[in-house]
Write a new protein. Sequence first.
Length: 434
Amino acid sequence: MKLQKTIQNECKIRGNGLFGGKEAKVLFRPAPADTGITFIRTDVPEPVRIGAVAPNVAERSRRTTIRNGSVSIETVEHCLAAVNALEIDNMIIEVDGPELPAPDCSSAEYLKVLKRAGIIEQNLSRKEFVINKPVSLTSGEASIYALPYADDGLNITYDLDYGGHTGIGRQVFSCRITPEYFEKNLAPARTFLLESEAIQFQARGMGTHIGPRDLLVINSDGPIKNTYRYPNECVRHKIVDLIGDLMLVGRPLNGRIVAYKSGHSLNQLLARKLYDAAQQQERMQKFGTDAILDIRQISKILPHRYPFLLVDKVIEIEGDTRIKGIKNVTFNEQFFQGHYPGTPIMPGVLIVEAMAQISGLLFAQRLEHTGKLAVLLSMDKVKLRKSVVPGDQLILIAETVRLKKTMAQCRCTAMVGDILAAEAQIRFMLIDDD
């Protein structure tokens, strides 16, 4: 049994951020078991806590940022890579500044500081997530896969393909992540940019405080005013970024990750998928169900009752942007008595109603305590693609298209397995519930 770990003593690091260039001071503190990695932004009027988990990721270009409301902490990946590699499960990271420092533009200084603080075991076992079924994601030419693996721990293969650029070329690297391996072979690998990218970044006012001697700026001949620490330093740094992004799963991973041209956005999307799977697994272990909202909780939110409550449970919620629920269709449904005797088919209007109900549960996340109620206004682009029959499990998904003060719109789908059964765009009017 592997035990959870935290640091033994407080430690500090300071420096300028990579993108914004502002100075930041960081204090690392021990934390109790089962509390995870928590950042605290201390330079705002009221300190703001931000958990290092995938739902708190903010969309940024070429870096990983976490946020709570309007308060964010930029470029956390190099720090989280060291935390992940050192197998630290619980820690408080106080940040005085908008962006974490980027000493050396690598993960090496974070690793050194945390090792010096000492790492101690705690009295609870680690909550590892074992990848037991493949997850694949693609975006343009980039792709990333999470795969089951016979070996223990986290194994990574990264294929960096700059085939059209002679300064980098194509680099493929595979490794099993351990503290010792990370320290020797990965932590010193630095951030890199093509010369044309560096010019564009500085023209936009980012990274104006650093030059080619501070990170790898690469032209067709290789690094400008610098040298590689490894012949394949670029692909090694991509693995460092990936290790940092995977820390957002919220628990150590056991499996294999294979990436091709993947960057932070795709890494973060995979982390979110694995985070959701880990949360679902934990709910099953604790409560015997994978539901985020069960039928009792749904009944407290929706006004519908038998025989018109058409969502049995909710298994995924992403803020007020996306929700996934389940409707189990059985022969005991009242409508099958007349639709149709001998050929039972779920009425299409009820499938659309189920999609409207899951949408209502999505908007309830925003409308709770506001005194507003979502009332169906219109349905557009409604298409019924497949008959739904007894024994099917209807997977209901709603994604927010627009959410304003008096109106909400979402895109809805109903799936049976991987087959699209129905789709629609549904609009709601938000009215006072009295």
